[in-house]
Ligand binder design. Structure first.
Ligand code: G4P
Length: 190
């Protein structure tokens, strides 16, 4: 998606050799116009499929997920990393290890929001090692829901997330695919 690639080039910053800082439009401050375009772009690919739910993880997956849900007219569920006070029973849960942040979180969704009738788009802001996506897929499986595709805003293609998901038979759809962040520059896969 050209507008996203342009934004990454103009406003993104490379930190170390493998981390891209995009907090001015995606992971902290949010650019609603860009999110709206992202929502339309993804939704256009799935309008003819019978998607019933969007599933993401807090926090930075929520913005793009909401715009996709708005376009497709379906609810958006975000997995929580900490259980809320009102969320004490009937949970789907999975363990997600972040190699980037070196923490493991127990993620959860209430069973009342996902059922075996659901056809789901899994959405996240970044795809690195694929662990968050795998955790979300696990929650969908526990509910008996069907995962139609994994939609990613920014994929770091030099990490193994895509191949891990594709090897398990999932369709991965990313709007920006980064080949490398070497020499403080962003190089995209064309
Ligand atoms: P994985 O799910 O693909 O295995 O990714 P990984 O564990 O490596 O990444 C975990 C967290 O780090 C995710 O945020 C992800 O969005 C973020 N992340 C990974 N690579 C980058 C990067 O290059 N730049 C930025 N800005 N973030 C990156 P999270 O733990 O889910 O939390 P949140 O930040 O969404 O709240």
């Amino acid at each position: 998606m050209k507008e996203l690639l342009d934004k990454i080039i103009s406003d993104g910053t490379v930190l170390e050799e493998d981390i891209l800082k995009v907090d001015s439009f995606l992971t902290h401050q949010i650019d609603p116009e860009l999110m709206s375009l992202i929502g339309k772009n993804f939704a256009d690919k799935y309008r003819d499929k019978k998607i019933t739910k969007i599933v993401t993880i807090e926090s930075s997956g929520i913005a793009p997920a909401v715009f996709i849900g708005l376009e497709l007219g379906v609810p958006v569920i975000f997995a929580r990393k900490q259980k809320s006070l009102t969320m004490n029973k009937e949970l789907l849960t999975a363990s997600v290890h972040s190699f980037t942040k070196k923490v493991t979180s127990e993620i959860s969704i209430s069973t009342k929001f996902l059922t075996s009738q659901d056809h789901v788009l899994v959405v996240d802001d970044f795809l690195a090692n694929g662990q968050a996506a795998l955790g979300l897929i696990e929650l969908c499986h526990q509910a008996g829901a069907t995962v139609e595709a994994i939609n990613i805003v920014i994929e770091k293609s030099f990490q193994n997330g895509r191949s891990l998901l594709e090897d398990k038979g999932y369709k991965v759809d990313s709007l920006a695919r980064i080949k490398s962040l070497k020499n403080n520059e962003v190089h995209f896969i064309e």
